[in-house]
Ligand binder design. Structure first.
Ligand code: FAD
Length: 476
């Protein structure tokens, strides 16, 4: 690639004058980790990673880039599953990391709000809330690395959507640096505020293509005083759905997570993750992790869990079940679910489909999509898992044993198209919680074409007319 693509040295000198030496990485050994995505699907290149320490610094950097016409790729924890935070291959884009915007600005236990900067990891945000007796009700397996800005920019979902909604549902206010370097301070904490268009929701889920989120006001809820968790072995997704209905009929409001895992996915976790142990007598074809939670200490959740599971065991909906007896056992059961992505990565190459269908259609979707993939690629290993309680299944395919990883990854469009044909039959979505990133823009005309995509393109052109914010992501 011609080096003329690289941002000119005077721009980097001017940026250095704003952020200082610790705010600018230019050595290729330093910038390399920011140029590759978690799944290693994309290997980009950048001449610099800028790490501003304040919103004002970040805005000044964006103003310089806007004047120079240099594109910016916002990056948080770089855990995107769709290559959303990596720069392109010619080195012309700067990576703008929010990692040093890492202050908790305020926790208000009367208003139940958390005002926090974009670079705080989700885990650190949860701990800050817990310190004050509150819960930030958003939990994803990458929470130790993913940052608040990234989580909001993709509208992450995760384990508790069934109870509390997605990231979008927790946002009361935002502070955003716009593509011209101006700052929109919308850090309000109001529960009701009907004053024209809801701008904050435009930026949530925009994947860095409209501006850079620098801080947010998030809703908190009271910390649960009682939590009950069980791992259940079930015969098939139909039985998992029947179990979900049973819990819903009993007390829908107490369900805080209802996760599905396949027997094959669980076997990868047991094989690759040190310390992972199955707490059941025997392996099962599918598993459900159910979590009940209440802010009341005397909610009787343990009794409820036992009675629902007893009925389910008697009627054969559940094959076997283990209820966590301690915090350590609860964490051990959650680990089996949270390590699914990592275990699949260690097992080999995988093609991921982050899809959603109506909850009632999850079993039918899994059955049909499995048959379609096995017919397309004999020997492919189907590993569906995910957030069954909200209809979001990670319908992942692991490479056939002994096959070539690069060849398998080359089949990704054919596989994703086969899965998406089934998703469409059930009025689902081809992108449930991971976003579009660099991986899926080609699907947008087919799924969101016509007036919807045209409207998105007009919004992009109005807010970022020069197209310097995360080019090539989301929109085709
Ligand atoms: C093991 C694993 C498990 C996961 N589990 C889940 C899950 O259960 N649920 C779920 O929803 N997701 C999950 N994800 C994917 C999920 O998208 C991310 O983990 C998380 O939401 C992204 O945060 P991040 O800080 O890493 O963002 P990044 O990967 O850095 O960026 C993601 C996107 O947001 C943009 N962006 C980043 N920061 C900002 C900012 N401050 N302002 C504007 N744009 C910005 C980037 O340009 C990019 O387009 C998982 C990922 C992994 C690796």
């Amino acid at each position: 690639m011609p080096d003329t693509a690289l941002p000119a040295t005077p721009l980097l000198d001017a940026i250095r004058a704003i952020v200082g030496d610790r705010g600018l990485l230019t050595e290729s050994s330093d910038t390399a980790p920011y140029s590759e995505d978690w799944r290693r699907l994309y290997q980009g290149r950048t001449s610099a990673v800028v790490r501003p320490g304040t919103t004002e610094e970040l805005a000044a950097v964006v103003r310089l880039c806007a004047a120079a016409g240099t594109a910016i790729v916002p990056q948080g924890g770089n855990t995107s599953m769709v290559g959303g935070a990596v720069p392109n291959e010619d080195g012309s884009e700067l990576v703008l990391s929010t990692a040093r915007l890492n202050r908790v600005r305020e926790i208000d236990t009367a208003d139940m709000t958390l005002t926090i900067e974009a670079g705080v990891t989700l885990k650190a945000a949860q701990l800050a809330a817990a310190d004050r007796g509150c819960l930030l009700p958003l939990s994803i397996s990458s929470e130790g690395t993913a940052q608040i800005g990234g989580v909001l920019a993709v509208n992450a979902g995760g384990n508790n959507t069934v109870r509390y909604g997605n990231a979008r549902d927790l946002v009361l206010g935002l502070e955003v640096v716009l593509p011209d370097g101006s700052v929109w301070n919308g850090l309000r904490r109001l529960r009701k505020d009907n004053t024209g268009y809801c701008l904050r929701q435009l930026f949530v889920g925009s994947e860095g293509t409209l501006g850079i989120i620098t801080a947010a006001v998030l809703k908190l809820v009271p910390q649960p005083k009682e939590i009950a968790v069980a791992l259940c072995g079930v015969e098939n997704p139909e039985a998992a759905l029947a179990l979900f209905s049973r819990f819903q009929a009993h007390d829908a409001a107490s369900i805080s997570a209802f996760e599905l895992m396949s027997g094959l996915g669980m076997s990868f976790v047991l094989k690759h993750i040190p310390g992972a142990v199955l707490p059941l007598e025997a392996p099962a074809p599918f598993y459900v992790l159910v979590e009940l939670a209440s802010p009341r200490p005397d909610a009787g959740l343990r009794g409820m869990l036992e009675s629902v599971l007893e009925q389910a065991l008697t009627e054969g909906t559940v094959l076997d079940a283990a209820i966590a007896e301690s915090d350590a056992q609860r964490a051990a059961i959650w680990k089996l679910r949270e390590e699914h992505s990592e275990a699949q990565k260690r097992e080999g190459a995988s093609v991921k489909n982050d899809v959603s269908v109506p909850v009632s259609k999850v079993p039918a979707f899994i059955g049909k999509a499995t048959a379609a993939c096995e017919a397309l690629l004999p020997g492919v290993r189907v590993v569906p898992f995910g957030h069954m309680g909200d209809g979001n299944i990670h319908f992942n395919l692991e490479q056939p044993v002994g096959s070539d990883a690069a060849w398998f990854l080359g089949q990704d469009h054919a596989i994703m198209d086969a899965v998406n044909d089934v998703v469409r039959e059930y009025d689902g979505s081809f992108s449930a919680e991971h976003g579009i990133g660099k991986l899926k823009p080609y699907m947008m005309p087919d799924w969101r074409g016509g007036a919807e995509l045209a409207l998105m393109q007009r919004i992009k052109a109005a807010i970022d007319p020069a197209g310097i914010m995360n080019p090539g992501k989301v929109l085709p």
